[in-house]
Write a protein that binds this ligand. Structure first.
Ligand code: KIV
Ligand code: ZN
Length: 498
């Protein structure tokens, strides 16, 4: 008989805190619906008091999603809880996630308080949240570095106050797997009333142990795991949903089931990566481009004789279809639409027609069209409403000659042209752009990335530009990397607040 593990997805809260990965409300709804189709039990939709955008997103996700519980984060502060309850008003199943730091350093430096007072504040927050919802989750922030005896006292007190789920975050990603597993075991064995609540893991990946710690927690009694798609999250990220789901599917001896439809993992992973402009490292477990690619001769030989020699997971089990139709310049709209559906992206006919035009142009320039390429097209399509757009760009560069760029921008429909020379083609193009947009801005970070293979590949450019003491993030994608760079710079400028 298997136990049931609840999957709590925090891609839209802890995951979305990554600088430069913020989504708008429509994109968040798209992710939430794909998480629902994936089978997650709880979606942490945001931290409503933190910004009007988060508040609105929690409302809209609550309206859009039916089955999963919608969760909103708060501090142990009454106003946070009031705002979270208001944001959750349309949710069919709702949860407030409140909590406070419990480690000695949080108590001393963050709250200038003491252990007894923190327990009182924790109890008060849970009781206050209970006025609004039945389902209240409590987090003991920095539980990973909180001593077990005190943590057990906090957990016992909040369960008594009515908490239904207790989150034990390893906020700094410091714990070793046996240490984290023992923490959960200690709580299971020493907290009176522990069976009236569910213990939850929430692990960060600072030392690369988030998934190992999560599994150690589950093997010692946790029955909820807090995870994100692709393991995204601040710093080194959170535990990856796909890793936990596939560990439990592969290791039958653990005897724990989830509600995850694993065949939807890959499309959701691609969708999140594309919407957040957050590339997946090629060797990322389960969803990386190379996760199932056998390149060494010995491996290829083994796999051809019997796939089980080197593959512990069938790629189809995570939604990777080896036989997927290759898209080319001869592919029709139906094939393109179908590929988008496989990737979890639903498009209106109008949008599909627009993207199809761009797809044909790309297919003329590029032999193999990969999933990443068409997701970039869908992403690029999002930017067509921007105020400033690149109209044309011409660059001369080479060895022994000075790079010169001329370009035109359309600003609210009006055309402006400029020309500049520079130290390389990107420098020349950006100098020309700065002649038109005359502001005190400077480039802080600049990365160019090829999506797949081949000299005809689409280049993705991520940029950070500083303006008015703020950092703005921009993204561009084009088979011409100079154009992609200029597009990324323009994307930053379009986000300037003044
Ligand atoms: O890592 C953490 O401690 C958190 C809590 C706010 C739940 O994300
Ligand atoms: Zn966290």
């Amino acid at each position: 008989m298997s136990d049931r593990l609840f999957i709590f997805d925090t891609t839209l809260r802890d995951g979305e805190q990554v600088p430069g990965c913020q989504l708008n409300t429509i994109e968040k709804i798209q992710v939430a619906k794909s998480l629902e189709a994936l089978g997650v039990d709880i979606i942490e939709a945001g931290f409503p008091v933190s910004s009007p955008g988060d508040f609105k997103s929690v409302i809209e996700i609550s309206k859009a999603v039916t089955w999963p519980t919608i969760c909103a984060l708060t501090r142990a502060v009454e106003r946070d809880i009031d705002v979270a309850a208001e944001a959750l008003k349309y949710a069919k199943h709702k949860r407030i996630h409140t909590g406070i730091g419990t480690s000695d350093s949080h108590i001393k430096y963050k709250f200038n308080s003491n252990r007894e007072e923190i327990i009182e504040r924790a109890i008060a927050a849970v009781k206050y949240a209970k006025r609004y919802v039945e389902d209240v989750e409590f987090y003991a922030e920095d539980a990973g570095r909180t001593d077990n005896e005190y943590l057990a006292r906090v957990v016992e007190a909040v369960i008594k106050a009515g908490a239904t789920v207790i989150n034990i975050p390893d906020t700094t990603g410091y714990c070793l797997p046996n240490e984290y597993g023992n923490k959960i075991k200690y709580l299971m064995e020493n907290v009176k009333g522990i069976h009236n609540a569910i213990l939850s893991t929430h692990c960060h990946n600072d030392l690369g142990m988030a998934t190992a710690n999560t599994i150690a927690g589950v093997m010692n009694g946790a029955r909820q795991v807090e995870v994100t798609i692709n393991g995204i999250g601040e710093r080194a990220g959170n535990t990856a949903l796909e890793e936990v789901a596939m560990i439990l599917k592969s290791h039958h001896e653990i005897k724990i089931d989830t509600n995850i439809n694993t065949q939807k993992i890959y499309p959701v992973s691609r969708l999140v990566s594309s919407l957040m402009n957050m590339p997946i490292q090629p060797n990322k477990a389960i969803v990386g481009r190379n996760a199932f690619a056998h390149s060494s001769g010995i491996h290829q030989d083994g796999v051809l004789k019997n796939v089980q020699t080197y593959e512990i997971i069938d790629p189809k089990d995570v939604g990777i279809d080896d036989n997927s139709i290759v898209l080319t310049a001869r592919s029709g709209r139906a094939a393109l639409k179908n590929r988008f559906l496989t990737l979890g992206v639903e498009l209106s006919q109008e949008k599909l027609d627009k993207i199809y035009e761009d797809f044909l142009k790309l297919a003329d320039r590029k032999k193999d069209i990969h999933d990443d390429d068409i997701l970039v097209l869908a992403g690029a399509e999002r930017t067509t409403n921007q105020r400033i757009k690149l109209d044309y760009l011409q660059v001369t560069s080479g060895v022994g000659v000075q790079s010169v760029a001329s370009l035109a921008l359309k600003i609210s429909g009006e055309k402006f042209e400029a020309c500049a020379s520079g130290n390389g083609p990107v420098d020349a193009a950006i100098k020309a752009l700065k002649k038109i947009i005359d502001r005190h801005m400077s480039l802080k970070e600049f990365t160019i990335q090829a999506i797949s293979k081949g000299s005809d590949d689409v280049g993705k450019v991520h940029m950070q530009v500083e303006y008015d003491n703020q950092i703005y993030y921009g993204f561009g994608a084009n088979t011409d990397i100079i154009a992609a760079s200029v597009e990324a710079y323009i994307d930053c400028i379009n986000k300037f607040k003044s």
